[in-house]
Design a protein around this ligand. Sequence first.
Ligand SMILES: O=C(CO)COP(=O)(O)O
Length: 250
Amino acid sequence: MAGRKFFVGGNWKMNGTIESGKKLVETIKSAKLDSNTEVVIAPPAIHLLLVKDALSGVEHVQVSGQNAYHKASGAFTGEVSVTQLQDAGIPWVILGHSERRTVFKETDDQTAEKTKAALDAGLSVIVCVGETLDEREKNESVNVVVRQLNAVADQVKDWTKVVVAYEPVWAIGTGKVATAEQAQEVHAAIRKWASDKLGQSAAESLRIIYGGSVAAKNCKELATQNDIDGFLVGGASLKPEFTEIVNARL
Ligand SMILES: O=C(CO)COP(=O)(O)O
């Protein structure tokens, strides 16, 4: 709200084929999407250029990497660099996703280093934060996201090209969506953190989006919350209902 453009990301994770990716793009192209919403699709790296080309000319819809390495080039077998994304015309990258943190053991500092490198390369970044179930039960949710954000803020001073995604780990892929109140509480705490750390005007323009079991049936209520500026959608971004989530504010 407060003049921030609504933002909906579709994180396809490691799903799909060339055929299914093309079909999803067709669904997006044929839908009537809210022109006040910025949409970013993050297909697997091998499908990035295909999806980018298929979406060319579609207004308000861009593509994103799901991860990137901070070095520009070199002997890093299997990695794709921030510079290579930029060179390929991919304007966004998701960094610090909880699956990168938990499955691939990426640390707060690595996420921060990648965020800095991506911004330096000219990309925009969706940086993900969120607590585990254990941390929530210990009342640590805000402390955890603040710790994760502080690591990024130690290296990144200008947040104008950053979107923060609050994705509680316990809500990802589980069908257990955070209630609107639970999500709003952490989003407000993130905005307060941003105001203290980055200044009031940066905090007011920072988009803070929610991720974790977002679906057509729960997106409208979440979208009414003051500090929820959009969504990062996993499972439902692989289905036609994604377009309903894009239109959550209509
Ligand atoms: O991790 C997510 C998006 O990045 C959320 O995934 P789900 O929407 O499948 O819970």
